[in-house]
Design a binder for this molecule. Structure first.
Ligand code: UDX
Ligand code: UDX
Length: 465
């Protein structure tokens, strides 16, 4: 009888957790172990109550519930899991460097290198190492060098298999991906990984390339997606000066099949763990390879995004008669998009920061974000006294939207949660001092309806403001 294939994944985060859960779900003949150095995180993945999983993704709990304990395991015992693995995924974080050379742009690869060393020290037979984390081009060479220098080069292959899932729709993206990308040098190793995905992904959607194309494709895909958002956001500003409507413009250009309708939703700005990080990383790489013009071209996408977030906060301040000091402002939504508890680089962090610098009082409601997370994010963004302000009641997290909006001078809608579509805005209006201002950073609501109720309403990219 042949041995069961064993997969180990280092990193039980937003990428590693859902991806491995899907592999275990679709491949009952493969044993999948996800390891992480963070004990609390692993305990949460093992929690009997599936509502306590550390990552919120629609559909994830059901899949974990089905596969966990059968062929899906979460553990902190990294060494044992690595020893027995045929395929090792590296899915640890690769944040932007905050120190030294390349600070603010380059990817911090110390966790990746640590994983490579851990693998080199632990494994004693052949293995396939798969880069799942987004990494700068040529990272596979570094992993290979570490392995070879430790006598583990011959029977170990390194593949690149970037993840394209988007948070909030991760399970659907994993179940039915547009494509799976696998880059590598050794056709047998590539074939082995292909055979895992073939359990549920049609062969013609599994693309194979050389290592470097695969690594670079991930950065490029994110750069192109983010560029579309910055492009439509730049036009939203022009719409507000001219009376054009960015929704109508997006529909008009998106009907051109060469442009297509997706990713043309003007917003308060893109967030998330990937877009900004990957573009800055791409720019840094371009500079490194002597291509400053290319670097600046991509950097401008991030610059536009920063400006859009700032512009939105400035709009609130301006419309509130140039002062928000001691005024209560309701913030609806804090996550970087709907259907996730993730706040990394959320536009809301920066809008709130700008308002707090102007001494506003904030009442924030988000169905999935905790006060603790909010304080951590604000502190990181430079509001070092966020905790004290919360203790004084100047920053509060409410348990529903009505509580946040009560007595607020303005409402700023920053995440497009479905539940915000169905609020009773007449009721919201009645509890606010007048004039009652509304700022829709997601173009979620009908501006005409809000204005009819009596709000002084603004929506990104709609009409002359
Ligand atoms: C991360 C990167 O941000 C992304 O670029 C990449 O594509 C995939 O990995 P994500 O899963 O969202 O995405 O990160 P995060 O939720 O921070 O999870 C990483 C996990 O790795 C953490 O739980 C951390 O504890 C763990 N880790 C990190 C280890 O187990 N060992 C390490 O040495 C470093
Ligand atoms: C992104 C990529 O889509 C995914 O392929 C990659 O693996 C990781 O990075 P994610 O960050 O989870 O995924 O979310 P995404 O849906 O791409 O949205 C990113 C940000 O752009 C969000 O803040 C979203 O609100 C914003 N956005 C997106 C817009 O403002 N307008 C749009 O039209 C689309």
């Amino acid at each position: 009888m042949s041995e069961r294939l064993k997969i180990t994944c280092i990193g039980a985060g937003y990428v590693g957790g859902p991806t491995m859960a899907m592999i275990a779900h679709r491949c009952p003949s493969i044993d999948v172990t996800v390891v992480d150095m963070n004990e609390e995180r692993i305990a949460a993945w093992n929690d009997a109550d599936l509502q306590n999983l550390p990552v919120y993704e629609p559909g994830l709990d059901a899949i974990v519930g089905e596969a966990r304990g059968r062929n899906l395991f979460f553990s902190t015992d990294v060494a044992s899991a690595l020893k027995s693995a045929d395929i090792i995924f590296i899915s640890v974080n690769t944040p932007t460097k905050t120190y030294g050379e390349g600070a603010g742009e380059a990817a911090d690869l110390r966790w990746i290198e640590k994983c490579a060393r851990q693998i080199a020290e632990t494994i004693d037979g052949p293995a396939i190492i798969v880069e799942k984390s987004t990494v700068p081009i040529r990272t596979a060479a570094m992993i290979k060098t570490v392995l070879e220098a430790n006598g583990r080069g011959d029977d170990v292959d390194v593949l690149s298999n970037p993840e394209f899932l988007a948070e909030g729709t991760a399970m659907a993206d994993l179940a039915d991906p547009d494509r799976v990308l696998i880059g590598g040098e050794n056709p047998q190793a590539i074939e082995k990984l292909v055979s895992v995905y073939e359990h549920w992904v049609p062969r013609d959607r599994i693309l194979t390339t050389n290592l470097w194309s695969s690594e670079l494709s991930k950065l490029t895909a994110n750069a192109f997606l983010a560029q579309r958002v910055s492009s439509i956001n730049s036009i939203s500003a022009l719409c507000e000066e001219t009376g054009a409507d960015v929704g109508e413009v997006a529909r008009a250009i998106g009907s051109d099949s060469r442009i297509g309708p997706k990713f043309l939703q003007a917003s308060v700005g893109f967030g998330g763990s990937c877009f900004q990080k990957d573009i800055l990383n791409l720019s840094y790489l371009c500079d490194y390879f002597g291509l400053p013009e290319v670097a600046d071209y991509w950097r401008s996408v991030v610059k536009m995004n920063n400006w859009q977030k700032h512009r939105f906060a400035q709009r609130i301040i301006k419309n509130l008669f140039n002062t928000v000091a001691d005024k209560r402002i309701a913030i609806l939504g804090f996550a970087f998009k709907k259907d996730t508890n993730d706040t990394r680089e959320a536009a809301a962090i920066y809008v709130c920061r700008d308002l707090l610098i102007e001494k506003a009082h904030l009442a924030i409601y988000d169905p999935k974000v905790s006060l603790e997370q909010l304080i951590t994010d604000l502190e990181y963004a430079g509001i070092t006294d966020a905790r004290e302000r919360a203790e004084r009641g100047e920053i509060v997290m409410t348990s529903d939207a009505y509580e946040a909006t009560e007595q607020a001078h303005a409402v700023a809608l920053l995440t497009e949660w479905d539940e915000f579509k169905d609020l009773d805005y007449q009721r919201v209006y009645e509890t606010m001092p007048k004039p009652a201002h509304f700022f829709d950073g997601r173009r979620l609501l009908d501006l005409g309806h809000l204005r009819k109720i009596g709000f002084t309403a603004y929506s990104i990219g709609s009409g002359i403001q």
